[in-house]
Design a protein around this ligand. Structure first.
Ligand code: NFS
Length: 643
């Protein structure tokens, strides 16, 4: 590989050390392939490349130098809208698949077919059941759980056109009515996905506005059939997260222990692997290792750390580097965000790369067919693979190099746990201190920083710099997804970060909360609310705040930002937040700039319609100033003082 690339600007010294090791070991990384790919396709970046039919591929120069329409006659506005809707559909499909698996598991538990799992949060199950209209009084928990699962299946099979159960149960009255007026109350997520694929195939929908409305509807699918359903059901089965202080970064790997890295998204697999890692400690010791050490990467890292405090390894752009440490005995994956490059790198270090889902396979991986009915057997098999690999790797003389970098973070902020922390300030009305602080201008506003680590923006430390800029201006940050790994590694989720980065007024509020809650220091200025599906927690929090203030969510001084997004899931999540009337900052630029219609819709017309707006800003300064201007505008509209 080319060793002249300067990647030293990255915020994590462990990344630098391992990037050098990768070069020594002749391992090619994402950053190397990205460099070879440059310059990337301009038509693709603008969204005007169409491969929907075989009269093409067509690519349209929107600036008038070349052809003005595809062979079929599709204009750039149509092509961009179709492409974007397909991306949102890919994202919503991933989240709906994630949620549906949890609904299946809940029914299996209720019917005694998944003996390895149990319902951990009866309280949450019962309150969810009541919202869904499932009778609870005098009924066994399993019967209620089965009916809650059936409510989910009803949504996936519904043909009557009525709004989804999950929307009727979980949206506030005000938000529901807003979506009803806008025609965004979706009925059946599978139908919506089918129709999106149908209407975007050749010779169907050629109305850009109609296509963009479908994208907002796909956002609704993403939230209610994906994020929210997944979080609700995962909390019932695996527990509601509670605050805890844990360790992050490369040093969570332990030399002399069997290291298993769980990577992917759904806690169904990883929770079992973690359980059997403890139970098979004797076998690890017999193999000469101290114990079995499970760490979490990407969103499954978020799921595991939020609920169980399992060491919080790193983000998606570090997955290759984690393998390059040579310290991992097994990397076990379920679905989504798994780089196809990983199994070959794993091979270099004799790490066993284990896939577990029938539709996520790789010719160089070991496949263990993981099913909830046989979860205990399969999890043991996986842990034993790791123990066997440990012995083999030791015998082969593989010497790990684990960068000595470690960070601490406060994690486990669910809406429930946040309310309980805030009730130490005001037991009767826990949200009041936050609302008062926003009203007074001590908290200027709040930003959800979510999503992925994009190698195109990672070297510039986009997320860290944005966080610094927002905090200095008294903006509270909540995070989910891989951005949280980035900010945790940067030290933003600690009391010290409040001292270091928060503006004076924000610091005062966080210090008072920290003291009342007995945290021994201020509340961190960046609050970890979970994985990407846990963006539903952020929305729940906003809905609760808006409800207390008697305003729509779209009126709050808040914004969402995916500062380094990669995946289609970020597109579908963003589409939901647009449907909810929230400003969504995106970097890199979404592929819409080839369409004047899309640009005007997303930046001018939609804000007038429901408050939703896209902000594109590829530098931290531009993003921060754009978001601050938006927060101030919202404050002004509510008659709140400017801080
Ligand atoms: Ni979110 Fe999770 Fe990470 Fe991005 Fe991928 S792990 S679901 S998509 S890369 S944050």
């Amino acid at each position: 590989m080319d060793k002249t690339i300067d990647r030293t600007a990255t915020a994590n010294p462990g990344d630098v050390e391992l990037t050098r090791k990768a070069a020594e070991d002749h391992v090619e990384l994402v950053a190397d392939r990205l460099r070879k790919m440059m310059p990337e396709c301009g038509f693709g970046e603008l969204g005007t490349c169409c491969v929907m039919c075989y009269m093409g591929p067509c690519r349209i120069d929107p600036f008038g130098q070349g052809t003005r329409a595809g062979v079929c006659g599709a204009t750039p506005d149509v092509i961009v809208a179709r492409n974007f809707l397909r991306s949102a559909t890919g994202g919503a499909s991933s989240h709906a698949g994630h949620a549906r698996e949890l609904a299946i598991l809940l029914l299996e538990i209720a019917e005694g077919r998944a003996p390895g799992y149990r319902i951990r949060e009866e309280g949450k199950l019962l309150s969810l059941a009541e919202k869904l209209g499932v009778p609870v009084d005098g009924r066994p928990v399993d019967a209620v759980a089965a009916d809650v699962a059936r409510k989910a299946f009803e949504d996936f099979g519904r043909q009557d056109g009525e709004p989804m159960n999950w929307i009727r149960a979980r949206a506030s009255r005000m938000e529901y009515e807003k979506w009803e007026k806008l025609g965004l109350l979706v009925s059946n997520p599978h139908n919506e996905i089918e129709t999106a694929m149908h209407r975007t195939s050749m010779g169907n929908d050629a109305d850009p506005l109609n296509l963009w409305v479908a994208t907002l509807r796909m956002g609704m699918v993403d939230n209610f059939a994906g994020l929210m359903m997944a979080t609700d059901l995962a909390d019932v089965i695996f527990g509601i997260p509670t605050p805890k202080v844990v360790t992050a970064n490369y040093s969570v790997l332990k030399e002399g222990e069997v290291n298993i890295a769980c990577h992917g998204h759904n806690p169904i697999l990883a929770s079992k692997v973690a359980e059997w890692a403890d139970r098979l400690e004797g076998e690890a010791k017999a193999a000469g290792a101290g114990r079995v050490n499970v760490v979490g990467i990407c969103c499954i890292g978020n799921e595991l750390v939020m609920r169980y405090g399992i060491p919080y390894a790193g983000h998606e752009a570090q997955t290759e580097l984690f393998l390059v440490t040579g310290a991992i005995d097994a990397m076990v994956v379920d679905m989504q965000c798994i780089l196809p490059s990983l199994p070959a790198i794993a091979k270099c270090y004799k790490t066993r790369f284990i896939t577990t889902v029938p539709f996520v396979r790789h010719p160089e991986a070991i496949h263990v067919d993981f099913r909830p009915e046989a979860a205990d057997e399969r999890a043991q098999e996986i842990v034993r693979h790791a123990i066997a690999a440990y012995k083999e790797r030791k015998a082969a003389g593989i010497r790990p190099r684990i960068p000595d970098v470690s960070s601490r973070l406060l994690t486990g902020i669910s809406v429930e746990s946040l309310v309980s922390v805030l009730s130490t300030v005001d037991a009767k009305d826990p949200l009041k201190p936050v609302i008062d602080a926003i009203a007074a201008g001590d908290i200027l506003g709040a930003v959800g920083m979510v999503g992925c680590p994009n190698p195109k923006l990672r070297d510039g430390a986009m997320s860290e710099k944005m966080a610094e800029g927002l905090l200095r201006n008294n903006v509270l940050i909540v995070t989910t997804g891989c951005v949280n790994h980035i900010l945790a590694q940067g030290g933003f989720l600690t009391s010290d970060a409040t001292e270091k980065y928060a503006g004076p007024r924000l610091k005062k509020v966080l210090t008072a909360i920290g003291q009342a809650a007995g945290l021994g220091g201020p509340l961190p200025p960046v609050l970890h609310m979970g994985s990407c599906v846990d963006n539903s927690r952020i929305y729940d929090l906003l809905a609760a705040l808006a409800g207390k203030l008697g305003v729509e969510v779209s009126q709050l001084p808040v914004a969402g930002s995916a500062p380094e997004f990669i995946t289609e899931k970020a597109i579908s999540i963003g589409s939901f937040f647009l449907a909810a009337g929230i400003l969504v900052h995106l970097a890199p630029a979404p592929r819409v700039f080839g369409s004047p219609f899309a640009v005007s819709l997303l930046t001018e017309k939609l804000p007038g319609l429901n408050g939703g707006k896209v902000l594109v800003a590829a530098t931290p300064d531009a993003a921060v100033s754009g978001i601050l201007a938006h927060l101030r505008e919202k404050r002004q509209a509510l008659g709140l003082p400017q801080a």
